[in-house]
Ligand binder design. Structure first.
Ligand SMILES: [Zn+2]
Length: 404
């Protein structure tokens, strides 16, 4: 299979991708130049988008809390697909940062008046917690990045499992309502996910699990999802007509009252994403139905392929995409004879940047001699040291990083 090369016109607008053979010819004739190497893209210097024909491209996005699937197709083939992994450590890092700051302020400083204008309540309207904002921004960033290399004419995003306007919150509505009226959705699956696929009472994993009422129906417990949990048959029998609290598990009740975090996230941001991208949307139960009809495996990128309307198209290879934070402000503790400090000056290269050294692409391991020398690893894993002046930068390890 020849590798796909993405193409831009002279103004950087995306055209139809081409083959590597054709790209090589264009490059050797000097009619094109390389824009980026990671998602190999060239710019044709004597072409304008207005004067060229491009096929319609639809981009499908499987929005998610942890992972985002994407797939762009035209009528003949899938042009790119993959899974973007979102960062999980943002709130932890911010907490760490706040602690460092707190310590620093306590050490030996003048009295500072407490401030009250930095609380959640005083945040401007539309403010989102950083971890949530990251997730939302990443969806948008991904779409914009793909628009740079493909002539995308339509974006469709899967925003939720169900059309909640039609159905209301799954946490509020009862079992019968959902199982009766909603195709492709199942309270059991929702509960299994929420309670990590194990019995909430004994913790057994690989046994048949049953939907269980926290306050038994015989004592007025409802069929609402916040009164339901997952248990094994034995525990269900043993519990009998006791409530979970009486059975010795008060925490189960609390957990059941909480919405699944990922559901809560999608509730907050899905319409914001649709708004910002000004795109079409669809729902998970439609995707699931089509996936079963077409007999495809369940992965995020396949779901995105279906969301985009993919059917017989030739599939492309799958990219794994991560988001690399741009700066590491962790405290340096390894400085001899000096105290700890946050690094203020940044060296020109950081670990995992890609550089070219003597015609070969290498990965940076680190810098030394006050940022004038670089230590790198070539494709065979050999370590090379060189003056930084002798290397050429290919890509910083930051933002969206595509790996196949
Ligand atoms: Zn059990």
């Amino acid at each position: 299979m020849s590798k796909k090369v993405y193409v831009q016109d002279k103004n950087g607008k995306a055209l139809d991708p081409t083959t590597s053979t054709r790209a090589r010819k264009l490059l050797s004739k000097g009619r094109a130049k390389v824009v980026q190497r990671e998602l190999f893209t060239i710019k044709i210097l004597d072409r304008k988008k207005e004067n060229s024909y491009t096929k319609d491209v639809t981009l499908g996005i499987d929005a998610g809390y942890k992972e985002v699937g994407f797939s762009a197709i035209n009528e003949d083939e899938e042009l790119i697909s993959g899974v973007l992994e979102l960062r999980k450590n943002i709130s932890k890092k911010l907490e760490q940062k706040a602690n460092y700051r707190k310590n620093r302020r306590h050490r030996n400083t003048r009295y500072r008046q407490p401030r009250f204008d930095n609380r959640k309540k005083s945040k401007p309207k539309g403010w989102l917690a950083p971890s949530i904002k990251h997730k939302m921004d990443s969806h948008i960033k991904l779409v914009n990045k793909l628009k740079e290399i493909l002539p995308i004419t339509k974006v469709i995003i899967e925003v939720a499992q169900f059309n909640q306007q039609k159905m209301q919150n799954p946490e509020v509505e009862g079992v019968e309502y959902q199982q009766g009226k909603l195709q492709g959705y199942n309270v059991r699956n929702y509960l299994l996910k929420k309670f990590n696929r194990k019995c909430v009472y004994c913790g057994k994993k690989d046994v048949p699990l049953e939907v269980e009422h926290i306050i038994p129906k015989s004592r007025g417990g409802s069929n609402r999802v916040d009164n339901l949990t997952i248990s094994c048959h034995d525990c269900n029998q043993k519990k009998g007509s006791q409530t979970a609290k009486e059975f010795g598990y008060p925490s189960v009740e609390k957990q059941a009252k909480k919405t699944l975090k990922s559901t809560a996230f999608m509730n907050i941001v899905r319409w914001k994403i649709v708004d910002k991208l000004d795109c079409d949307y669809t729902f998970g139960h439609i995707t699931k139905k089509r996936r079963i009809e077409q007999d495809l495996e369940k992965t995020h990128n396949t779901d995105a392929f279906i969301i985009a309307g993919g059917k017989e198209q030739k599939r492309s290879k799958v990219f794994k995409v991560i988001i690399q934070r741009r700066n590491n402000r962790s405290i340096q503790t390894n400085r001899k004879r000096y105290g700890r400090s946050i690094r203020k000056q940044k060296y020109p290269l950081s670990p995992k940047d890609l550089i070219k050294y003597e015609g070969e692409i290498c990965e940076v391991k680190g810098m030394f001699n006050y940022g004038t020398w670089v230590r790198m690893k070539d494709s065979e894993g050999n370590t090379i040291n060189s003056n930084v002046k002798k290397v050429e930068l290919i890509r910083y390890n930051k933002g969206l990083v595509f790996a196949s």
